[in-house]
Design a protein around this ligand. Sequence first.
Ligand code: NAD
Length: 382
Amino acid sequence: MKVGVPRQREHESRISIIPAVVKKLVKLGCDVIVESGAGQYAHHLDADYQAAGATIIPPGDASEKLWADCDIVITINPPTTDQASKLKNNAILVGMLNPVGEKELLQSLCDRSITSFSMEYLPRTSRAQSMDVLSSQANLAGYKAVLLAANACPKMFPMMITAAGTIAPAKVFIIGAGVAGLQAIATAKRLGATVEAFDVRAATKEQIMSLGARFVELPTAAQDDASTGGYAKEQTDEERQKQAELMAKHVTGADIVITTAAIFGKDPPMLIDQNVVSDMKNGSVLVDLAASTEHNRGNCEITKPGESFNTDNGVTIIGYENLAGLLSSNASQVYANNMYAFCELFIKEGNINLNMEDDLIAGTMITHNGNITNQRVADATA
Ligand code: NAD
């Protein structure tokens, strides 16, 4: 059975399978086909893949030998519709396929009876943790957000008592304490900053405090994980506005603000408006991890997704997307491990054996036998 590892689209530095995971797939009974140069930006050369047991094909041959020939193609980003149209009927496609934003692709997958798995839809149960690409990438993004902020900030993080005077620690405020936010808290603490954080989910208070940060208490309705299944639910405009007003003094008092607030499948909540940015300190930095070109917004009203810029009052607003991609080596390593753990669910002794009763298979599956199998995707694209 052939497993294909294509080059990713332009500006993507990560790769879906690294050589160490090629070895494991070979042991599972797979022939692994890698498009030449696929791993170069994650610092894996063709020779490394060959040494691990993969076959390298030149980029020009990819459309035939990889997209058309492989039984399973493992990617990170959604393929182009043209690539997907080359897949052989009934092949399997695994990646972060963004099916709601890629309607043409979705249609093309249905037309060819492709069984597609979009890893963003993986149920987030304990058994799924080793396959959870959202977590593995968000963790790295949270770390990198702090380093970008530290680099852009004219102040250092730790307190320092020197002969030339005492330097106060930087004040960091983190909004949203999911996987990325908690890693950002841990990283900022390790660098010596004074950190405070807020999340709408009440359960995060203990997690934030266990990392040594201060939980910002706001007299807003805290969400109970038991009633929301562990995820934040969308606020009303009134609730969001109240939260934004109450948080403003923490934003304007900080040297660094990192926003990570997200609701799966929805626009990021707008939590910092332009007036609040105008009151931020000259030299302060805001990293908007929720910035998304697709949604054309982030958590801050003036974030420009994909860009970094300085405001007239000297605030740096960083809205880069794919921060995990700036750590291409580790991001590819953990993504590839996620992919292997997922593929192990349905590759048995070199054959495909899809157990539709498995909640991880069923939850992640987007198309099968010419139909959209995921109800959320079907509803959102109807
Ligand atoms: P996410 O990226 O979807 O959202 C980031 C954070 O933003 C969340 O903590 C959310 O509560 C918060 N948020 C939303 N609206 C907000 C607002 N208005 N103000 C402040 N914060 C706001 O979250 P995530 O990192 O993917 O994690 C979400 C949940 O999933 C958590 O409960 C986490 O523990 C859980 N999880 C479970 C598993 C697993 O068991 N396999 C794996 C990863 C995450």
